[in-house]
Design a protein around this ligand. Structure first.
Ligand code: ATP
Ligand code: MG
Length: 742
């Protein structure tokens, strides 16, 4: 352990100054790989070791639980007492605060956390009765509206008052009403959703200053990593927490802001000095991660963004290997190219597979790559995608557990009452729901009273039996450890028998449930104190797709030494000696959706920048000439970003020979509308950056949501044919149509 004065000698002079920052606000703003995260960890260690700050008064907010755990580990190596540090994501911090103090704002003990699917379930239930919502309104659109409203700290009333008449194609009053009913319904079920974890904490702090004060005692020194990706709600949470002691140090890189689609606001970092005029600003200008060739490529790319804060980033490392680009004939050949190089680097250069990562724009791209790797037996670890905790059997058993600890959780009840079948059909369920609505009670309560209150005639006993089963399960939840409790649930619910009848598929599902029990066991062992099943459910709900517990369960059976596959979004903050970025094509990178989004191209460029800057020694870029997407194989066009990279990479043919790069592009047919900074800022004139290609979902102020079927002409005369479910098919001049992306 090396605390004390020589600790900071592991940092360069500016990093050391930032790590030596004692009190007051501070901003570390710097490019990728410049040691922001490292500086943040050293600062924490230095606060403890040098300034004698109690680790129990330090909070660090990171992007994933995994990053938080790693940070704690690294701090432990530097200084004593790091066990007491509070390191967490915004969401985990919210859960912890709401579990401790939520009762002050009317949250009942035992509230559950609803995931995306649960949210949809509630939305579907309430939307039927709202005038103005037709059968072709997708519950997902409503969920998007609610999520965005929450990340912007907007209430239903705020939505109703908003400036735009339509929100994602819905009249604002209708959207507000959906929001209102959703909230009421969710509250009745003693549940909160992801957005609430932040917004309810903010409300708690506003309404109960005593609570804020108590939490502030636990967070006198606050750190936020990846600050460029905070949304308004997270910003406000940070601001409130820091408002008393004002010891707030944030680090970030505006060029790596990639979560605008989830409400992140780059302005939070750009305005930090306005919010805290006395803030000390530290700029780090040396990149320690990437070889000079890789870094130059990254710099060259990001310079094409008009909306950016210029920064310097110089390579500390040597030139290294040239960056390589290869265009394969199709997506399968692309996968094979990657597999071949992985093998080569593994056998010829002796690189372990863990040193290598394959990054892509969308999870859907992973399947073909996985197949190529499997053919040559390269072990792969996939991070994210539809994973373990999204599997049906896992969700079912966790829903039983949820209902056992929160009898008001109607969403959970509806999920499981027919799994296995208990003779309670749709009609009976309708009656139970009706009764519960009238009597302001839960569905489970209605089941318990089904016979006595004459709610059901036939089948009443079955509902009563179900309520008794759940009552027994509630008792078990209080008395068992998480792993034995889950085993009890799987057996007593009849779920195990159900799977036994399902043949080979049931066998796989049973294995997954075994894995769930293992996960609970491991979790209990890794906790310092024995946690309850409620704590386990909280943690399971909070796992992001890059978190360790999740990734481990999803890749059970994969050897330790495996290549990592993940999206560029998920790769944020990480680094690998060898990186492959696949699918450098128009429509993928930049994505289709980005083309019609204000500032969309710039956001995609930042995402590509994030991808490139993950590489330490070697970087490979690939594209395909033909790609299967949505079940059809189409000719693909090189990403426009490749051209921007100029001679920054070597193009190689299938034999590894360097050849001249010739862009495969139909750019001459692409309408070129200049992107002006004002057009990007002013979201009401989205058309400035639109280039329709067909297939886009759009919204029209009068006709509502629709889909572009065909495009003709360019520039001012560009005309689109759009099908609107509410108004039929229309031909519109883009310039005047006032379309916005849906
Ligand atoms: P990102 O923007 O991608 O999150 P970052 O700015 O947080 O990057 P780090 O991950 O902290 O950068 O550091 C990048 C790499 O450089 C790490 O391997 C880190 O250990 C190394 N590094 C940073 N500073 C130094 C230094 N002064 N001496 C040696 N290595 C360093
Ligand atoms: Mg970092």
């Amino acid at each position: 352990m090396s605390s004390g004065p020589d600790l900071l000698s592991n940092l360069n002079p500016t990093q050391a100054q930032a790590a030596d920052h004692y009190t007051g606000p501070a901003l570390v703003i710097a490019g990728a790989g410049s040691g922001k995260t490292r500086t943040l960890i050293y600062r924490i260690a230095h606060l403890i070791g040098h300034y004698g700050v109690d680790p129990g008064e330090i909070l660090a907010v990171t992007f994933t639980n995994k990053a938080a755990a790693e940070m704690r580990e690294r701090a432990k190596h530097l200084v004593g007492g790091a066990d007491k540090l509070w390191m967490s994501t915004f969401h985990s911090a919210g859960v912890r605060i709401l579990r401790a103090y939520g009762e002050h704002i009317g949250l009942k003990r035992g509230f559950v956390i609803y995931d995306d699917d649960d949210q949809l379930d509630v939305i579907k239930e309430v939307m039927g009765s709202i005038p103005g919502i037709g059968p072709d309104t997708s519950p997902r659109v409503i969920r998007g509206i609610l999520d965005r409203a929450k990340s912007n700290l907007m209430t239903p009333d705020d939505l109703a008052r908003s400036y735009e008449p339509f929100i994602s194609g819905l009249p604002k009053d209708v959207a507000a009403e959906a929001y209102r009913r959703y909230e009421a319904r969710k509250k009745g079920q003693n549940a909160i959703d992801f957005g609430d974890l932040i917004t309810e904490t903010v409300r708690l702090f506003h309404e109960v200053p005593g609570v804020l004060n108590a939490v502030q005692n636990r967070a006198r020194f606050i750190h936020v990593d990846e600050y460029q990706d905070t949304n308004k709600a997270q910003y406000e949470l940070t601001r409130l927490l820091a408002s008393r002691d004002r010891n707030l140090l944030v680090v970030g890189d505006p060029d790596q802001s990639i979560y605008k689609f989830r409400g992140a606001d780059i302005q939070n970092i750009l305005d930090f000095q306005k919010d805290y005029p006395d803030a000390k600003v530290y700029m780090l200008e040396h990149n320690y991660r990437s070889s000079a060739h890789v870094l130059n490529l990254a710099n060259k790319l990001i310079e094409n963004n008009a909306e950016r804060l210029e920064k310097t980033l110089k390579a500390v490392k040597e030139d290294g290997h040239r960056v390589v680009f290869h265009r394969a004939t199709d997506h399968r050949a692309e996968g094979d190219f990657v597999a071949e190089w992985l093998t080569r680097l593994h056998t010829l250069e002796g690189r372990p597979y863990t040193d290598m990562a394959i990054l892509y724009r969308t999870n859907a791209q992973s399947r073909v790559i996985e197949e190529s790797l499997r053919r040559v037996q390269i072990p792969a670890k996939i991070v994210g995608g539809v994973g373990f905790y999204d599997r049906r059997e896992i969700k079912d058993i966790l829903a039983y557990a949820r209902l056992a600890i929160n009898p008001s959780d109607d969403v959970a009840l509806r999920r499981i009452i027919g799994r296995p079948k208990r003779g309670i059909g749709d009609t009976a369920l309708e009656k139970l729901m009706e009764w519960a609505r009238l009597h302001h009670s839960s569905l489970l309560d209605a089941c318990a009273k089904a016979a006595d209150h004459g709610i059901l005639d036939r089948g009443a006993q079955k509902a009563v039996d179900f309520a008794a089963l759940m009552a027994a399960m509630s008792d078990a939840a209080d008395n068992y450890e998480p792993a034995p409790f889950l085993r009890y649930v799987i057996e007593s619910s009849g779920y195990l028998d159900l799977l036994k009848q399902e043949g080979p598929e049931g066998q796989v599902r049973m294995e997954n449930l075994d894995e769930l029990i293992n996960a609970a066991e491991e979790w209990a062992q890794s906790q310092d104190h024995a946690g309850t099943i409620g704590d386990f459910l909280d943690d399971a709900a909070l796992l992001s797709s890059v978190d360790d517990m999740r990734t481990r369960q999803e890749n059970k059976g994969t050897p330790e030494d495996a290549v990592t596959l993940m999206t560029m979004h998920n790769a944020k903050g990480l680094e690998f000696p060898v990186v492959f970025i696949v699918g450098a094509e128009e429509g993928l990178l930049p994505s289709r959706g980005a083309l019609v989004e204000a500032g969309g191209i710039e956001e995609e460029r930042r995402l590509f920048y994030v991808g490139i800057t993950r590489a330490m020694d070697r970087l490979f870029l690939t594209a395909a000439e033909n790609r299967m997407q949505y079940g059809k194989t189409n000719a693909a066009e090189d990403s426009r970003f490749l051209e921007e990279l100029g001679d920054g990479f070597d193009t190689i043919d299938p034999y590894g020979q360097v050849v001249e790069y010739r862009a495969k592009s139909w750019k001459q047919y692409r309408p070129t509308v200049p992107v002006t900074p004002s057009a990007v800022k002013n979201t009401s004139s989205l058309t400035a950056e639109m280039a329709y290609r067909g297939g886009e979902k759009v919204t029209h102020p009068k006709f509502g949501g629709g889909q572009v079927l065909a495009v003709a002409g360019t520039g001012d005369r560009q005309e689109v044919t759009v099908h609107f479910p509410s108004a039929g098919t229309k031909k519109l001049l883009v310039k005047f149509a006032n379309l916005s992306p849906a």
